[in-house]
Design a protein around this ligand. Structure first.
Ligand code: BGC
Length: 752
């Protein structure tokens, strides 16, 4: 194991930050002189050692000079269990069980900056206990496709919401002395052909939609490292994309830290060296010996290597290495972090529909819980984002505990679970509770058993949705249909007992056209972490009012969503042959660099065209007047909120809004107030409306608060493709204030 050393640099950094007003990125440069003195003592070999992986989850320092290795941890929903040095296989440790935090779309459903910050502090705290310097997260790409394998990992379809949460998560992590590695930069919106697809989009869409979360986290949050994505953007791999890494990230945003390629996402020595990559993860075939060779031939300079090492060392100096005898001496999961996971889960649950079923009435004495999603643990699966949780309260456990001795809770699996692709050998006997195909119809025996329980209960709670084999890194869903006959099951349950609540346990949207008419109440319950079941029970029983709001549109039909409607996804040319998966084929691994290049050149070149442009999510649905199943920002409460007295003034730098918000109910409740902008008589093309500000507000029963919101004028700009710069269009704006994108309560007009 590498020896670790302490750097007093964290303190120096803090003092420097207090004495002068510096941008968060500039604070990384306070040790540059010291760093340059160290670089002067390093051999070329030592420098190049720092540019690639040392183990699967570390890159080298220089022990001789007291520079500790850099230790990475997945992220983003909990510190991943310790793997073997050469891969992801478990190291078999006992103290590496972490807190499993709610997944990305669940965090985003809180619409709470405070929760995102706390979440970051929780991740940062546990990373330190494990001796990790860099968290491979947050994952902040825009949710472009409802079927996206990583839609659940990402935050939202909206750049303003995603950016605000990415910023707070980043601050939270870094305030605990750990660096973020914000990912996946950029336009990483599909898993299909993820290692080779070229995302082709215009500059305005890139700037206004896809880069926003990264931009705020880097500029305002001081994100110390960035992970270039697997895919290409406009022709170049992200790990060697001059426009993304050198021109925008370093040039325009002033990024001073280092970039780490996604695992297996480095593609060449010259491309990576010249166009902005610092560290190849994993392997050294590009940023190892070939760098030394290229310097010998004069193709590269040692000064370029020095610059890359300087950028890495800035982070190494800002983050104190955890001493070896301190790291991993305590269980990773900590009570205060479990508490954060619970708070986030409580605020994330979205009440989609409620025809008088919720909260569960006092008279209910027998509840039938139906559906395997009530008992399946969701911590693992999904590949990189899986967590070995210290514990996970399932929905059924949460309900049973909260119901207490007075209420009988029965359970039946209802439908078979689809386990997805199996890693490792197939079980000797088929599991009767597992389906062989995702679209397998309902199992008659399970259905009969479930209906019998439903008939005999005062209330039925049906748990549907997907699982982390269906929504997972590495593949996209074929459709958003509910799997394994769930529609059939819920219809039969409703016929047996119309007192029915449906809870959806999934990370992304599902097709609810059949389920909705037979579900008097619907709750989106997410993959909600260590305390997910506890939080869900609190909401179902009315201990707290639900306050989550959808961070993405639930389309009625998948084909209604923009990339599908425009024929952009799936790739109409059907180009396949994902470079990423092919590169790991044993025969390819054996090839010489020349053979490999020839092989790569012979592969199909998959493309994803973004001709829907900035009409992503609700921007599309609203502009094209397509009614979704549930709109972006939708989420009901157990109380009503009254919006009143909207006032708006245009200041020098911002539009300032104030209004009164009243909780008309008899219980405390939170509301997420949302402010959208519609442009009047504009010459520039705009979506029908765009979110520009929001706030999560807590109100006691009957309380009224004056809420203030601000839209910085800079957030009203558009990317002018003629001048290649941000531009503010002066003119009239209609401000739309409400409880959801389709529930606008107050409007006002201002001129900017
Ligand atoms: C994923 C990253 C992850 C990395 C390390 C990659 O396959 O795309 O998100 O951080 O693996 O596990």
């Amino acid at each position: 194991m590498t020896k670790r050393f302490f750097f007093p640099a964290g303190v120096a950094l803090l003092l420097a930050a207090c004495s002068t007003v510096q941008s968060p990125q500039d604070r990384l440069t306070v040790n540059d002189q010291k760093i340059d003195a160290i670089i002067a003592q390093m051999t070329l070999e030592e420098k190049v050692e720092m540019l690639h992986s040392k183990t699967n989850m570390s890159s080298a320092g220089v022990e001789r000079l007291g520079i500790a290795d850099m230790h990475y941890a997945d992220g983003p929903f909990g510190i991943r269990e310790e793997g073997q040095p050469n891969g992801f296989m478990s190291a078999g440790w006992t103290l590496d069980s972490a807190t499993y935090f709610p997944t990305g779309s669940a965090l985003a459903a809180t619409w709470s900056k405070e929760m995102a910050y706390l979440y970051g502090t929780g991740m940062g705290t546990e990373a330190r206990l494990r001796g990790k310097d860099v968290i491979l997260g947050p994952a902040v790409n825009i949710q472009r496709l409802p079927v996206g394998g990583r839609t659940y990992e990402y935050l939202s379809e909206d750049p303003i919401l995603s950016a605000a949460l990415a910023l707070e998560y980043t601050k939270g992590v870094q305030d605990k002395g750990t660096a973020v590695c914000i990912k996946h930069f950029a336009v990483n919106n599909q898993e299909t052909n993820r290692g080779s697809v070229d995302a082709q989009l215009d500059e305005r869409t890139l700037r206004e939609i896809y880069l926003k979360p990264f931009e705020r986290a880097v500029i305002e949050g001081g994100a110390m490292s960035v992970m270039p994505a697997y895919n290409k953007v406009n022709g170049d791999y992200c790990s060697e994309n001059e426009h993304l890494l050198n021109e925008i990230l370093r040039g325009e945003w002033g990024f001073k830290g280092f970039t780490v390629s996604d695992w297996g996402g480095t593609h060449s020595t010259m491309g990576a060296m010249l166009h902005g990559l610092n560290v190849q993860m994993t392997g050294s075939n590009y940023l190892g010996q070939p760098v030394i060779d290229s310097i010998a031939t004069g193709a590269l300079t040692e000064a370029l290597v020095d610059e890359k090492v300087r950028q890495i060392l800035r982070v190494r100096f800002a983050i104190e290495a955890v001493p070896e005898d301190v790291a991993n001496t305590k269980m990773t999961s900590q009570p205060e972090c479990q508490d954060i996971a619970k708070k986030v889960a409580e605020r994330s649950i979205v009440l989609l529909k409620n025809e008088g079923m919720l909260p569960i009435a006092k008279e209910v004495k027998k509840i039938a819980v139906i559906g395997q999603n009530a008992v399946l643990k969701t911590q693992s699966g999904g590949m990189g984002a899986g967590v070995k949780a210290l514990y996970e309260v399932t929905p059924l456990e949460g309900i049973r505990k909260r119901a207490g001795a007075d209420v009988e809770v029965t359970y039946a699996p209802g439908y078979k679970n689809f386990p997805g692709r199996r890693w490792g050998p197939a079980p000797a006997e088929p599991n009767p509770l597992e389906a062989a195909a995702i679209d397998e119809p309902a199992d008659p025996a399970l259905l009969t058993e479930a209906v019998a329980l439903a008939k005999d209960a005062d209330l039925v709670i049906f748990f549907g949705g997907t699982n982390k084999s269906i929504e997972t890194e590495g593949s996209d869903r074929q459709n958003i249909d509910l799997p394994t006959g769930q529609n059939e099951v819920v219809a039969a349950l409703h016929e047996a007992n119309p007192k029915l609540v449906t809870v959806l346990i999934s990370g992304g949207p599902t097709d609810l056209r059949q389920l909705e008419p037979v579900s008097p109440a619907i709750v989106q319950g997410w993959w909600n972490g260590t305390e997910g079941g506890t939080a869900l029970a609190e909401v179902l029983f009315g201990d707290i009012a639900p306050s989550g709001k959808l961070p993405f549109t639930f389309p009625a039909r998948l084909e209604d969503s923009p990339a599908y409607a425009m024929g952009n996804f799936p790739d109409p040319n059907g180009a396949g042959g994902d470079l990423f998966s092919l590169m790991f084929r044993p025969d390819v691994l054996k090839m010489s660099p020349e053979e490999r290049q020839k092989f790569i050149d012979s592969l199909p070149k998959p493309v994803s065209k973004y001709t829907e442009r900035f009409y992503v999510g609700y921007r599309w649905f609203d502009t094209k007047d397509v009614k979704p199943m549930y709109a972006f920002g939708h989420g009901l409460s157990y109380v009503e909120f009254e919006y009143d007295d909207l006032k708006a003034v245009v200041g020098k730098d911002a539009v300032k809004i104030s209004f009164k918000l009243e909780n008309e109910g008899s219980m405390p409740a939170d509301e997420v107030v949302q402010l959208y902008v519609h442009r009047i008589d504009s010459k520039v093309e705009w979506p029908a409306k765009e979110l520009k500000a929001f706030q999560h507000v807590s109100l006691a029963a009957g309380e009224t608060k004056v809420v203030n919101l601000e839209i910085p004028l800079k957030d009203l700009r558009y990317w002018n493709e003629t001048t290649n710069a941000w531009d503010l269009e002066h003119g009239k704006l209609q401000l739309l204030l409400g409880s959801a994108s389709d529930d606008i309560r107050e409007t006002a007009e201002v001129t900017i």
